[in-house]
Design a binder for this molecule. Structure first.
Ligand code: NAD
Ligand code: DAU
Length: 379
């Protein structure tokens, strides 16, 4: 199998590269990344040094570079992680979100179409363009769960999941399914939703074999510390305030990054072509619950007093989506995928990783990061 992974130097991309090399030792892996502020070549240093991946430093917006990369590497699977990903940055500077997330995706779709379509109009077999999207494209759910749908979770899936976590009795109307209409509300999610529509357009119009995955909030090693969990860990260590937007009651469905990686691989290997698959953690939490848990874990691991005193309620994010909650039953039923990491396990592993890798964090939280931090939090 020959993987072409864009955005592979970022958080989920780098975890996915490692996951693939671990689970498919014979896989050929090419990583394409523009190394924006969020891309970190250190995440892949070992794999590059060992010659286990080929790294191409290029933007998905660069049509010539993408055409050349397809010609040289002849990939079977494109996995498009490359994107601008931080909602707060999309509020203060939306244009680059349109450039990368929409136009970049179109450029990549075009490169795949040209590379995979034979002169007689037929398609090379075994090819798949997997676009990594997000639950944010569905918009915002009300805080309340809504009326449960009379769709019981199939017994076999319940049994599989229940070994690891609490499963709701039934998913309510207040969950995102693959059929939920797209209703993005931030410049980030609007750009991601536009990209999803482009991907489906390339399928319907040209016949490109595609998939889209829409996942909930990921957490784990190597996440840029502008996102909630690594930002908290870093701020606690620096004795800096822990900024909680609004009342801290917004809800996200958290998934350990390795479980996202296994879902993506399952879609590539077993997903029906041209289908959308939701990926979620069965794990809804309010932000303030996350903050308190991270504070307690840092204290436990460092043998210091828990710094709940640092929790500071700050001005809410404009247009802040209230709740995201994924119904992942289609993915579970069709692909036999379930998340295997409980939140307890995942969050302990995650906090440990940041505490054990101060050098990784130190390199990032300098320069551009501090300028961003001052502007974003006015502190
Ligand atoms: P990230 O910001 O950590 O990484 C993004 C990567 O894309 C970086 O390495 C960056 O250098 C690269 N990149 C940006 N612009 C590029 C361009 N023009 N050409 C090539 N590379 C470029 O993001 P992440 O959190 O790892 O997210 C990866 C993907 O998963 C994104 O598409 C995101 O929308 C999606 N997603 C993320 C989450 C989450 O919780 N983090 C959840 C669901 C979906
Ligand atoms: O749901 C999937 C999405 O999850 C991905 O598509 C995005 O790329 C990813 O960034 C993430 O978006 P969120 O906006 O949910 O993640 P973030 O870590 O920025 O914020 C999580 C929650 O915490 C959100 O409700 C806002 C809140 N928050 C965030 C920050 C950075 C705070 O209260 N304080 C903060 O300082």
């Amino acid at each position: 199998m020959n993987y072409f992974i864009t955005g592979g130097a970022g958080f989920i991309g780098a975890n996915f590269v490692k996951y693939i090399l671990r689970t498919h030792p014979d896989a050929r892996v090419t990583v394409v990344d523009a190394l924006t502020y969020a891309g970190n070549i250190d995440n892949l240093a070992e794999e590059i040094r060992d010659g286990r991946i080929r790294f191409i430093h290029a933007s998905i917006n660069d049509a010539e570079a993408m055409a050349r990369a397809f010609e040289e590497t002849e990939p079977d699977f494109v996995v498009n992680f490359a994107a601008e990903t931080h909602v707060d940055r999309s509020i203060t500077g939306p244009r680059v979100f349109a450039d990368t997330n929409i136009l970049g995706t179109m450029t990549l779709l075009e490169a795949a179409r040209r590379a995979w379509r034979r002169p007689d109009g037929s398609w090379q077999s075994g090819k798949r363009f997997l676009h990594i999207s997000t639950d944010e494209v569905y918009g915002s759910l009300p805080k309340e769960y809504g009326e449960p749908k009379p769709i019981a979770i199939p017994d076999d899936i319940r049994a599989l999941v229940a070994r690891r976590r609490d499963v709701p009795a039934a998913f309510g109307s207040g969950f995102f399914t693959e059929k939920t209409p797209l209703a993005p509300r931030s410049p980030y999610s609007a750009a991601k939703a536009s990209a999803d529509m482009m991907v489906m357009a390339w399928h319907h119009t040209y016949g490109l074999p595609v998939n889209i995955t829409r996942c909930s909030n990921n957490y784990g090693p190597m996440q840029f510390p502008e996102k909630l969990i690594p930002l908290l860990i870093n701020n606690i260590q620096q004795g800096r305030e822990l900024p909680v937007y609004g009342k801290g009651l917004n809800v996200r469905d958290w998934l350990y990054v390795d479980d996202h990686c296994s879902a993506i691989d399952a879609v590539l290997l077993h997903g029906r072509p041209n289908e959308v698959y939701n990926i979620g953690g069965f794990n809804e939490k309010t932000n303030i619950d996350i903050v308190r848990q991270v504070v307690d874990l840092v204290a436990e691991f460092t043998g210091t007093a828990p710094r709940h005193d640092l929790i500071t309620y700050v001005t809410d994010r404009p247009g802040h989506d209230m709740r995201y909650a994924i119904d992942p039953l289609k993915t579970a039923a069709e692909l036999g995928w379930v998340p295997l990491t409980t939140f307890e396990q995942g969050i302990r592993r995650t906090v440990r990783w940041y505490l054990d890798n101060p050098e990784w964090v130190r390199k990032i939280v300098s320069g551009e990061y501090m300028d961003y931090y001052k502007k974003q939090y006015n502190r």
